[in-house]
Design a protein around this ligand. Sequence first.
Ligand SMILES: Nc1ncnc2c1ncn2[C@@H]1O[C@H](COP(=O)(O)OP(=O)(O)OP(=O)(O)O)[C@@H](O)[C@H]1O
Ligand SMILES: Nc1ncnc2c1ncn2[C@@H]1O[C@H](COP(=O)(O)OP(=O)(O)OP(=O)(O)O)[C@@H](O)[C@H]1O
Length: 551
Amino acid sequence: MIHFDQVTVRYEDTAEPVLRDVDLTVEEGELCLVVGHTGVGKSTLLGAVNGLVPHFTGGTLHGRVLVDGRDTAEHPPRELADVVGVVGQDPLDGFVTDTVEEELAYAMEQLAIPPATMRKRVEETLDLLGLADLRHRALYELSGGQQQRVAIGSVLTAHPRILVLDEPTSALDPTAAEEVLAAVTRLVHDLGVTVLLAEHRLERVVQYADRVIHLPGDGRVVCGSPAEIFRTSSIAPPIVELGRAAGWDPLPLSIRDARRAAAPVRARLAGTAPAPVRPVPAAAPAELLKARGVTVTYQGVPAVRAVDLHLRGGEVTALMGRNGSGKSSLLWALQGSGPRKAGTVHIPTAGGGKDADPQKLSAAGARRLVGLVPQTPTDLLYLESVQQELDQADSESDAGTDSPAAREILDRLAPGIDDATHPRDLSEGQKLALVLAIQLSAAPRVLLLDEPTRGLDYRAKAELIRIVDDLAAEGRAVVISTHDVEFVARAADRVVVMAEGDIVADGPTGEIIVASPVFAPQTAKILAPLPYLTVAQVASALPDDETDRAR
Ligand SMILES: Nc1ncnc2c1ncn2[C@@H]1O[C@H](COP(=O)(O)OP(=O)(O)OP(=O)(O)O)[C@@H](O)[C@H]1O
Ligand SMILES: Nc1ncnc2c1ncn2[C@@H]1O[C@H](COP(=O)(O)OP(=O)(O)OP(=O)(O)O)[C@@H](O)[C@H]1O
């Protein structure tokens, strides 16, 4: 169905090709997972399938890509649209109409599908993706996850024979992600649709994959069964890390198989208590932000309903909850630049001065008290090069000498980015890393991160955790809105869950997520009822010789 013959892709200004002499065949009805660290060329590989690379991205492609027998060199993307449906990483980028319903119909209109069929498929898709209530809504008003559902739906309605999905679940809550992947799997099994899917949150997708295409980072691709690839790959989901630590062979890739393999480990760990995931703070924490009765409405419809929230220094709080539950709206209201219909936000100023309300400060003043990394980080990038962005950030931050320069933070999050690169040409993960570096360099005492792990690989997430740990250790309060349960398990002390604009749960991470079938990380599911959350906790509780005996 998809055939790469000696494909080499090179972008201008880069010495090394992103893809080098790639030979690859994907059969009809296969679901292939494309994995690799940030910036190794996953999106490039996906883009080559419908000719976006190089027709739209620039650069050169040598060799031949055949899609359902058509050569992409001779057929630009619009001539492949009847065969290949593509969902890119940034849904807003791909939208061409204004409302949900129009967007779902658009691809079908281009293919001149009869109106009666269109109607039927739009209705099916609205149901499939839980969008029925939003059908008349403007796309720009939707929450991030709602937008991502529309982007996926707009491609599914055209019934393409090949689906190319670039991180399709990155903005979806865990339940929605499962539903979307189940729907895609059904297309593969029942209709023989061929799927190429790039994803960083492997824990969400590994059980669905027939085959894995691993990009190790030197331009090559390595293909194999999931079990073959994950035995040695440099990236792996927690279930595989746990299997490797416990020496399980064959490696289980589903929770069910892993629970069977884990019986000896559970027996060994019964009655033990896991080491704390995060260091326990030494000093009594200071209250750094006090919100009371915060209410946000859009055209009279409430998105946040009289929320009370206190943030303490040294504490890392995860803000979780379904798509559209009000997380982003709350963060923007706390930061001061978003709408706030009612309620108060107090930030005690250092040195015992009067409390500040960030809404009443200048934008720059508010940023120094409360930083916010938005869900679409590119909104904050507007200069010509990475270097200019970093210089600008350093010149604006007056955070004192103890805060690391933006470049230093960037190098920790995504090493190897060239100073001269235009921010537009960075991979999505690299863009996020750049925006994070810029915001973190201002070192505000309260830092709000909206979905910061979208597009980040495991290595970058581990770095982000270290950075967040450092910020907390310096006495700052960090709030992370996220759907990434594995990240929460490792990064957060406290979890606040929102539903329909209310806070419905608030407590220590272990208590909130272990008990939840939706939010439990893989380790917790495999070892339940034991209170272990992360692979590191298990590994440190199992001495090496015990690890062997647990086999
Ligand atoms: N249009 C472009 N012009 C120049 N360089 C580009 C362009 N698109 C991508 N690159 C570079 O090519 C490399 C591969 O990018 P690509 O987006 O394919 O990576 P990726 O594996 O999808 O990354 P991520 O996991 O962050 O999405 C990166 O170093 C990126 O900076
Ligand atoms: N500008 C707007 N105009 C109208 N409605 C809006 C606007 N922004 C958000 N909403 C609606 O308010 C609700 C809360 O949105 P919000 O973005 O805060 O949710 P969220 O919890 O961050 O979602 P996600 O997990 O998908 O990012 C959603 O139903 C959304 O559609």
